[in-house]
Design a protein around this ligand. Sequence first.
Ligand SMILES: *Cc1c(COP(=O)(O)O)cnc(C)c1O
Length: 418
Amino acid sequence: MSLAPSLPSDRCSDSATNIDTRLVHAGRNPDAFGGLVNIPVCRGSTILATSLEEWESGKLPSNPMASYGRFGTATTRAFESAMAELEGGHAAIVFPSGLAACTHSILAIARPGDHVLITDSVYGPTRQFASRVLGRMGIEVEFYDPLIGGGIGRLLRPHTSVVYVESPGSISFEVQDVAAIAEAAHQGDAFVIMDNTWASPLFFKPFEHGVDISIQAATKYIVGHSDALLGVATANRRAWDLLRTGAHDFGQTAGPDDINLALRGLRTLAVRLRRHQDSGLALAQRLCRHPAVARVLHPGLPGDPGHALWQRDFHGASGLFGVALHPMSRAQSSIFFASLRLFGIGLSWGGYESLALPVDPPARSVRPLPCDGPLIRVHAGLEDVDDLTADFSSALDAALRAGSSARPDRVIVKAQEA
Ligand SMILES: *Cc1c(COP(=O)(O)O)cnc(C)c1O
């Protein structure tokens, strides 16, 4: 058995194969591990060389990772190469959380004095990082309308180095014209960074739309079981050296147990996501008809403002969407959440279990989200969709029945997104 950090060479993972097949085979190399189906959990800091020559070759710029565990072991490399293959990029690097992948991708590109454009619909903690940290580092942040498309060209300045996209947007689910944004950004020599977590590598192909760095919060669908935190950023050739050096300079690394859980999750991603998609769409459609519901935010619904772009660019929908309720009292909201039996109240998403999270209207600089009642972010899990619909609808019924006289019997803490 060898722990040599050679790139995995599974026979079936060539690019001509359907992605469902590649999810099963990517990053695996039984020949290198005594025939084991799965890449083992390889732990280690020190990696010994057998000779001066081997030690020196491990330090070559072309192979800087062979010399120390912080640059990863065979477990790390298997996951990174699988993700690069699935996203369709040149190479990938793992981070200890999705947020770390977002922040370090920006920091790998932006320099003091630069101007960065970030979509107004960005994931809340990324927004906070941009506002609090980038400014402090002398990087000017401007939030732009997620629906701007090619009009982003008007906002580009000579020192704009990053255009950050996220589609659909966090909480508000606007679909962006990523190709048009990327074309304009590249005319100005800026890099396009995309948070591609919602679609996963299955349902949106970032590099076909001109993205330079694509981020997955692997915590969500890739791990898929709510039992690990992990992020991964994949770059094209243009951005790879900047991304890799940027991450290594900060000492970023992730543990092999969590990476192993992500590798395990990958093997069932296609099967799980189709179920999340079907249940999410069915639930969204049915909730549209409930009298307590003002609007369902889901680009897979034909009436959604982002539907046409979603149809043009995406290969499917995940199970995450928003439900805006008609105004109701705080007591009614409490009754609603207390009545749910199958939906948990909690941060994150992408696990096998359904979640309903009360969210504050997201911070916006350009385009506020019109919504005057409670806003709920829903994740459709792998339970039976009729059970999910019945549970959610009867909790809404209970809230409507309760009216404003009801007393809450379960404390609701409004949470930030995760
Ligand atoms: C959850 C999430 C992240 C951050 O992932 P963590 O692993 O929780 O740090 C980033 N982007 C999006 C869109 C997310 O939903």
